[in-house]
Ligand binder design. Sequence first.
Ligand code: KG4
Ligand code: ZN
Length: 338
Amino acid sequence: MYILGIESSCDETAAAVVEDGRKLISNVVATSVAEQALYGGVVPEIASRRHIESISGVVQAALDQAKLTPADLDGVAVTFAPGLIGAVLVGVNFAKGLAYAAKKPLVPVHHLRGHIAALYLTHPDLEPPFLCLVASGGHSHIVQVLDYTHYHVLGRTVDDAAGEAFDKVARTLGLGYPGGPAISKAAREGDPHAYKLPAPHVEGPYNVSFSGLKTAVLNAVNQAQMKGEALNVADMAASFERRIDEILAEKLLAAAKDTGAGTLALAGGVAANGLLRCLVNEGAQKLGARLCLPEMKFCGDNGAMIAAQGYYELRAGNLAGLDLNGLATLPIDYNGPA
Ligand code: KG4
Ligand code: ZN
């Protein structure tokens, strides 16, 4: 089965064709990240306008690379939630038009389910159940993936998402956008033990909180400025990266231990973080659990992950009509038709 996946929930306009949920046939990503970087973060209206301009060409390129026409597809999958609503609607509306014209099923895909499905492209033998940390610019969830379309959220952030914390701290340190890669790069030259950053207290065994950590960095920057001292940016980047990654890894590993999970996974933009991968890998080895990591190109937003999840949603009968709407928020464990 060939599924076309369309993704436009943030600043990537992406489309891909995936066969049977596992085999990548084509993958095209256009991004407005360079333009967004001028503003230090994603400006929703700019994102929507770039999607409108790019989407036809991106989808056409994905079909061309796959040497397929719309008639060859078995379904058109699209991110319909959650995300920047103006951005989401561009993809949803395009997918509707294509599904209607080609008389193909329209498959609504939850963005975070898509991030998890990126793992199926990298690990052909990975099957639920497994325990996954999904960490992106908008979400940080510890999720039990019960089967391909059922999830149980064990923990989540009570304030900022992990990627958002990386982005905000990078901005405070003058490191630019997107913050995750910028912090990792600066951290390579720094001492992760130079600054003592707090371990935020949060209720619920697997919940996380990053706003205290973000404020601690801001306070250190302000104090250094008031004293006329130079803050060591590399040391702070390294200290922050280590602290946030330790928190994420600790929570995932605690959840793994308590639930007896045999397979662990990372997903989402923050899953590209090298130190996080390392810490979780060490912990998984100690627990004797298997760890599955997504390929780097599937950590950030892409159409392949939407096509992969679309295959499983289609198989489960989760289809949408041409009245499908986009949603800015929706829990990953929503039930029933979109
Ligand atoms: O999943 P994603 O591409 O988009 C959303 O769904 O939000 O995630 C983007 C987030 C950004 O906040 C970015 O700073 C973060 O992922 N990110 C990273 C790294 N690469 C991207 N965070 C930490 N380390 C990285 N290497
Ligand atoms: Zn994402």
